[in-house]
Design a binder for this molecule. Structure first.
Ligand code: CA
Length: 233
């Protein structure tokens, strides 16, 4: 039995029914909200573990829901967007959403995104995001010492590569937008920074994934940003 409680915010009945029947079949608990105002209210009163949030809502838009909820809650938020809402999806991630799925999505995709959010939740509850040593698969980062290791070997990283790696690791499971990353690392987000980011990500990734069989620690979300994924040890 999966006791995870999901708040489903979706005004479109067929999509909402697909989501709730998937959740029911997989042992999740859920609450539904049909607009943005009730989404904010239900987050406060029903205290869900995860929010699935449609961006196009009849009253306030999804990004505004995220801004309000982020004032007091850190719950994982997975945004559901239509293809035509690419910009909105990026704004939503910048406002503090964790992840996104694009309509039309498959049931398996939805369940996979929920599992990622649940693992992130487990880490937050375990307090391990505050630990001084981060471990993921073969990767170890000693935040206090400022060093990173792959399979016990110290990685030779430039200061910017190290900063990027730390930022991704501290948000493991979460999609970080180009803007969020460049602001965190360079303090600005000009076009130039975003092209530099691509270059630094490529060199960092070569060091983390030296061979084709190496696990993919860093995933690219084309046009959006990057995510570090959990690798099973
Ligand atoms: Ca909608």
């Amino acid at each position: 039995m999966n006791l995870c409680h999901v708040l489903v915010v979706e005004d479109d009945a067929p999509v909402r029914n697909l989501i709730t029947s998937t959740l029911r079949a997989n042992g999740y608990r859920y609450t539904t909200a049909l607009n943005g105002e009730s989404a904010v209210m239900e987050t406060a009163s029903a205290n869900p573990d995860i929010m699935l949030l449609d961006l196009g809502l009849p009253d306030i838009d999804g990004t505004e829901v995220i801004r309000r909820v982020r004032g007091w809650s850190n719950l994982p938020i997975i945004v559901i967007s239509a293809r035509s809402e690419d910009e909105d999806k990026i704004d939503a991630l910048d406002a503090g959403a964790d992840d996104y799925i694009t309509k039309p999505f498959s049931v398996n995709e939805l369940l996979a995104r929920l599992r990622v959010a649940q693992r992130r939740l487990a880490l937050v509850h375990a307090g391990s995001t505050q630990e001084s040593v981060f471990m993921n698969g073969q990767l170890t980062i000693d935040y206090a010492a400022g060093c990173a290791y792959l399979a016990g070997e110290e990685l030779k990283l430039t200061p910017i590569e190290y900063k990027l790696l730390v930022l991704l690791s501290q948000n493991v499971g979460k999609v970080l937008t180009h803007k969020f990353i460049t602001r965190s690392v360079w303090g600005s987000s000009w076009e130039n920074d975003i092209s530099s980011l691509r270059v630094f990500m490529a060199t960092l990734r070569r060091k983390l994934q030296p061979g084709p069989e190496s696990p993919r620690y860093i995933l690219t979300h084309v046009g959006v940003g990057y995510r570090m994924q959990r690798i099973d040890a």
